[in-house]
Design a binder for this molecule. Structure first.
Ligand code: SF4
Length: 181
């Protein structure tokens, strides 16, 4: 698989922007984990969030098994961005695109570590911590849960995310190793 082939393949999805990075370009920050711990109500409630995902160092090591990173965004307009219910509903389409794009990468490259936006919402009630995750193949940990500040990463590669008004931007991040061309 070449990058060009993959980019042509995903052109059918409503992806706004994307970028390829090296794993060395991704910063893993303890400060992001601190925000999860102190400010996020999802902390300790899902397999897709800390502490279930492991320490930031463990997350970094998991990502560093791969060489290449694919970052992409989708955008959606809502009537009122402060309406969390409406805003979060638009995430369903982003997750579906993430599943499909990740599926193509997995078919071509084998192992792919997929991170997406927000805590996993596949089940009405998460099994954490009593039983194993029901759908590990489609459980994409939250990008921030790995200590990654995605907006900083987006800035680095010139991807826009402050569109203003009632535009919501969703991110996904995929770690893999592309076949050598
Ligand atoms: S797939 Fe279900 S069990 Fe697994 S993290 Fe998501 S909500 Fe929890």
């Amino acid at each position: 698989m070449t990058k060009e082939w993959f980019e042509a393949e995903i052109a059918r999805f409503p992806i706004c922007e994307y970028a390829w990075l090296s794993v060395e370009d991704v910063p893993f920050l303890e400060q992001v984990r601190y925000i999860c711990r102190t400010e996020c109500p999802r902390y300790g409630t899902s397999w897709s969030c800390p502490p279930a995902v492991g320490t930031v160092e463990e997350c970094r090591e998991r990502c560093w098994k791969y060489k290449d990173v694919f970052l992409f965004t989708t955008m959606e307009e809502v009537t009122d961005i402060s309406d969390m219910e409406e805003t979060l509903r638009t995430r369903i389409a982003h997750e579906e695109i993430t599943r499909k794009v990740g599926g193509i990468l997995r078919k071509e490259c084998g192992e792919v570590l997929i991170l997406s936006t927000e805590s996993c919402a596949n089940c009405p009630e998460c099994t954490y911590p009593k039983a194993a995750c029901r759908y590990p193949e489609i459980m994409f940990p939250c990008i921030e849960s790995y200590g990654i500040l995605v907006t900083e990463l987006a800035e680095k590669c010139g991807i826009s995310f402050m569109s203003g008004g009632n535009i919501v931007t969703w991110f996904s991040l995929m770690f893999t190793t592309l076949p050598t061309e």
